[in-house]
Design a protein around this ligand. Structure first.
Ligand SMILES: O=P(O)(O)OC[C@H]1O[C@H](O[C@H]2O[C@H](CO)[C@@H](O)[C@H](O)[C@H]2O)[C@H](O)[C@@H](O)[C@@H]1O
Length: 356
């Protein structure tokens, strides 16, 4: 009898351990979070993991989203006579993805190249970070900034005049004192502060979880959380949001992003910049948007609907995207931007040789 009882207990312990291992491998759901709820986070994990890339499927994906570098000459041929406006995402585009969001620094080389690009074309950085934070990372005064996924824009005070030869005069641009803020989610600020306070306390016990204040949005990072706790963290965040029905939850790269449910995203920010730059009605505008995350898809869509421009995704794995072109990682972004600046200089000097 005792022997049977011992056998039963041992069997139960082994079964429990097996279930735990399966949960950790994502093969089974835990009792704290249903499969449906865990699924979205696991999905973004896969997207964030470059190691799972299958080279052959990446190659076939590249057929649909060709390399903007390999096809650089073709892209520039299509840009001749057009006014290029450059839009750049920050994390994963200008800086590599790292574990600590406070240390996602941009290299000096990348900074120098973005500065060169901004001397040639109106250039805006549209990030999920708070505007102040992304500006502190980028440290350039000749680019425009939008933070909180476009909900915090510092737009040019007066439309920027570009001359008929398409040359962009950026010498007057000093984004520290020459701009008008546009913040369509301002009325949500008190609720955002409240959510931040509740979240900080709530997730305190989940090791590795961290909350980032992005001004008009909030990021809950789980890059350093143990996989078995992902579901619990997501449940916690969702339970906080139950008391804030005007907010929604989106997923990025190992991050849950909370933002006000307003119809405003990076795509709207792109259009807003074109408007304030005095360029939106012009038929020969060519927006180039480079980004790596889901929120950048909104801007890709806008470029599609405008019928002109180059939406470029940064990804080293096949992804569902509205982008037409691709770049593998920030190091390819750097090469692309430097070629873009050089192309402008060469085309300007050959133009002045022809007319000079
Ligand atoms: O629109 P973005 O500029 O791409 O901002 C999106 C989020 O980027 C940051 O998080 C991501 O990068 C971190 C640093 O490499 C990484 O640790 C994290 O796992 C990524 O999700 C930023 O910290 C978030 O607040 C932004 O929403």
């Amino acid at each position: 009898m005792n022997y049977m009882f011992l056998l039963l207990v041992t069997f139960k312990i082994i079964k429990k351990k097996l279930t735990k291992i399966q949960e950790a491998m994502g093969l089974q759901t835990s009792h704290t979070a249903s499969k449906q709820k865990v699924q979205p986070i696991l999905k973004s994990m896969e997207e964030a993991s470059d190691h799972k890339a299958n080279p052959s499927s990446y190659e076939s994906w590249m057929v649909r989203h060709p390399s903007a570098l390999r096809h650089f000459d073709r892209l520039m041929k299509g840009a001749t006579g057009k006014r290029i406006v450059v839009f750049l995402d920050y994390d994963g585009t200008l800086s590599p993805i790292v574990n600590n969001p406070d240390r996602a620094f941009m290299s000096d080389e990348m900074r120098a190249v973005v500065c060169e690009v901004a001397k040639c074309f109106p250039t805006a950085i549209i990030s999920g970070r708070s505007r102040d934070k992304v500006k502190a990372f980028v440290k350039l005064s000749n680019v425009y900034y939008a933070g909180s996924h476009g909900m915090d824009i510092m737009a040019p005070a007066k439309p920027v005049v570009t001359s008929s030869n398409g040359k962009h005069d950026n010498t007057a641009l000093n984004t520290t004192d020459d701009g008008v803020p546009f913040q369509p989610a301002k009325k949500f600020l008190p609720a955002i502060r409240e959510i931040l306070t509740v979240l900080e306390t709530k997730i305190r016990d989940i090791q590795g979880a961290r909350v980032e204040d992005n001004g008009f949005s909030i990021s809950v990072h789980f890059r350093q959380v143990q996989e078995e706790n992902y579901g619990i963290l997501e449940e916690m965040v969702k339970s906080v949001l139950e008391n804030f029905p005007d907010f929604c939850l989106n997923e990025g790269k190992k991050v849950l992003e909370i933002r006000p449910s307003i119809k405003w995203n990076k795509g709207h920010a792109l259009e807003y910049f074109l408007d304030t730059l005095g360029l939106s009605s012009s038929s020969n505008i060519l927006p180039v948007y480079i980004g790596d995350d889901r929120t950048d898809e909104d801007a890709f869509k806008v470029i599609h609907s405008r019928g002109q421009g180059y939406p470029i995704i940064v990804s080293s794995t096949p992804r569902d995207t509205q982008a037409l072109y691709s770049l593998r990682d920030p190091s390819e972004v750097l090469i692309f931007l430097s070629r873009l600046a050089k192309w402008r200089k060469i085309s300007c000097s050959s133009r002045s040789l022809n007319f000079g």
